[in-house]
Design a protein around this ligand. Sequence first.
Ligand code: SF4
Ligand code: SF4
Length: 446
Amino acid sequence: MSDMKRLALMLKELEEQLTVCMKCGMCQSVCPLFEETGREADVARGKLALLDGLGREMFDDPAGVAERLNRCLLCGSCAANCPSGVRVLDIFIKARAILAGYMGLSPIKRAALRGMLAHPERFDRLVAWGSRFQKYFTRPVNDLVGTSCARFVSPLIGGRHFRPIAETPFHERTPALDTAAGASGLRVAFYVGCLLDKIFPEIAEDVVAVLNHHGVGIYMPEGQACCGIPALSSGDLKTFGALTRRNLERFDPGDFDYLVTACATCTSTIKEMWPLMAGRCGVDKVDGVDKADGVDGVDGGKISAIAAKAMDINQFLVSKLGVGAAPESSAGAAVVTYHDPCHLKKSLKVVAEPRIVIRANPECRLVEMPQSDWCCGLGGSFNLQYYQTSAAIGRRKRDNIRAVDPAVVATGCPACMLQISDALSRAGDRVAVRHPVQLYARTLRA
Ligand code: SF4
Ligand code: SF4
């Protein structure tokens, strides 16, 4: 069988979904990338057409198609607004896995994903090393936003303003928890996630404080791994499978009522991507072609049970614990605006709850920014590969934030917090960037 035939056979998995696209072009008006570049190959319709052509053997350029597919924030704005209901993100994720399985990973991605991310203890050691030595090659640049920048010219950091690695990660501050349900009668598993653990441990501490305050039992096992989204979005099913299996070993859905996270991306990965990729993902479906071993041995029933219990912390606080907005904000309350993370609004449809959690603090006056659900432009590894475009999308978010002149911008995703911090700090703005849970936790300390 020729190589192209083999690839076409692997892409057959997507054929049915690809034909759903009626080429209406409605996705153009909501795609933050297309808005920036105006290139058809950057919008969902263009990418789907390229995949369709490759699957039909109309041209022979899998590397070119993979490159176009990678130029995507995976924000889901196209899928959320598609009149035909094309499952764009599912197609893109599966296509990336198929193409990576066919062509192999780049050496850099292989080293980062299989050499590091797949081994949480090794990853922790590397991050701990970075935390110890970051002061020698970075310097604080905006105390209110909490950002640093490169001390010297650095091809790796470039002009980025970033939130530094925490001195002590959350897993060292609080290695594990296993407490019984209190007054609420509920017990949750707390999935921490990499960014809360390594960059924002104070948010994880506030999650624990809030759950304790409401009498919620917490099950938080040691040795949690990444949710796997960096590997999955790079098409690396092997690493994704290893991380999923490791997390499944630590979380038994029979032990808790809900699994909460304070990261929109982790929640949507556990809730939507784990089930999507459970069992198989097309690459291992076709007899005689590349088998993706990454998802072998993953228990689909357990994944479904955990996915059904996974919940964003804001949603949990409002819908299960009855947290509500304060009757009114106090005189002199700080203006707080809210950015809707794509994974929270477009994927999980969580919109009202984070706003209620912010308004639960009477010292906060919520003022909506324009286009609060326009993507911040981070897109995980998109930011690493295409920083100039990512930063240009981030500038639009920054302008929308500044339009309401807030003291604080809140958002329910630590990845968005990184991007918004960069955009604000580079513009010289002095706006604090917080998670809604942090604002709510303040009311418990008052
Ligand atoms: S993906 Fe949806 S919105 Fe975009 S062209 Fe196809 S049918 Fe239209
Ligand atoms: S996921 Fe986002 S960036 Fe990618 S094509 Fe859809 S709207 Fe554009």
